[in-house]
Write a protein that binds this ligand. Structure first.
Ligand code: TRP
Ligand code: SF4
Length: 322
């Protein structure tokens, strides 16, 4: 079974990416043939007017994947824009996709409700899911690991595939299935969505001091003023982080101690920061040991393999159309 998944190179990875995406990829690479790529063209759909240095941030992203334990021997790692067939298939699929399908996409509708996007209203943003469909079906993906927010995109991919098959009376693509990520979203330290723009994220390369400084300021249960006040871990961000980074035994222990008022928030946060650091330390070290040359070699190899598959699929498609 083949898995295809992409990530946009929009800045360094934080714990939300690690918990929500990377940990899942680490499991997938053990059981499936995985194609993981840097969706640099997708980054342009929203950031075409920002100076994000796509080349550098793409190499950096692959480096962080590898530092986290993604193994180039087990997976194919490549850059979307290096495989021009993504653009070629995107063009063909754009021809057959009704605008109304794209206009009813919730991601698009949400964005158009925000002034910032509404002003831009670029065609590439509207057709984002068409490019994503090309990314997936070029490789005959069986499974696409996604979070809840990407479900409409995958549904659209299947609709586009069926539409193509109906129009040209040939079944050339596989209909991809979604692999819903079970792991819940990790909130930012202030309780909002974890995001660079909210300044509430812990990055994979944060030092122990930076991690502590951030966890120390995290919001806790407002009912706890004195250490002996009984707490409600279920409303506390720090407890969410314990659930993600501490052992089940420690989570149970913290829950009990918080509820009976036998642990102070400062101690609880110290243990939390230390457990986060236990996970990030080896990632930091591995990242520091990797050089760009190595990463470029890995990308070149991945590109080569991806290119072979993508160009053979594009040949089939072009035979049908022309
Ligand atoms: N849209 C995905 C995201 O924002 C990124 C992506 C682009 C992707 N192409 C893909 C994911 C193909 C899976 C398969 O997270
Ligand atoms: Fe949150 Fe821990 Fe304080 Fe309980 S003890 S409120 S879980 S920080």
């Amino acid at each position: 079974m083949r898995v295809v998944s992409g990530m946009r190179p929009t800045g360094k990875l934080h714990l939300g990416h690690y918990i929500g995406v990377i940990k899942n990829w680490l499991n997938l690479q053990e059981s499936y043939e995985c194609f993981f790529f840097v969706a640099d063209w997708h980054a342009l759909t929203t950031k075409f007017d920002e100076n994000i240095n796509l080349k550098e941030s793409s190499i950096e992203l692959v480096k962080e994947w590898i530092a986290c334990g993604i193994e180039p021997e087990k997976t194919n790692l490549y850059i979307q824009s290096s495989i021009k067939e993504h653009a070629e298939l995107y063009l063909i699929l754009n021809m057959i996709t009704p605008l109304s399908w794209l206009e009813r996409n919730p991601t698009y509708k949400d964005a158009m409700a925000q002034d910032e996007y509404k002003k831009k209203n670029n065609a590439g943003f509207l057709t984002y899911p068409v490019l994503q469909t090309a990314d997936i079906v070029l490789y005959d993906a069986d499974l696409v690991p996604i979070g809840e927010d990407q479900k409409p995109h995958l549904e659209l991919a299947r609709e586009i595939v069926r539409h193509f098959h109906y129009l040209y009376k040939t079944e050339v693509f596989k209909e991809p299935k979604e692999l819903l990520t079970q792991i819940s979203r990790l909130p930012g330290l202030d309780g909002r969505k974890m995001s660079k723009s909210y300044n509430n994220a812990i990055y994979l390369d944060d030092t122990p001091e930076e991690i502590w400084a951030k966890v120390r300021k995290a919001k806790t249960d407002p009912a706890r003023i004195k250490k002996t006040d009984p707490g409600h871990p279920e409303v506390c961000i720090v407890f969410d982080y314990h659930k993600a980074f501490s052992s089940p035994q420690e989570v149970a222990e913290i829950e009990k101690a918080c509820k009976e008022g036998s642990i102070g928030c400062v101690e609880c946060k110290k243990r939390c920061a230390s457990n986060i650091d236990k996970i990030l330390e080896p990632i930091r070290e591995k990242k520091a040991s990797l050089n760009d040359g190595e990463i470029l070699d890995i990308i070149n190899q991945g590109n080569k393999k991806a290119k072979e598959i993508a160009s053979s699929k594009m040949n089939e498609v072009n035979k049908i159309i022309f």
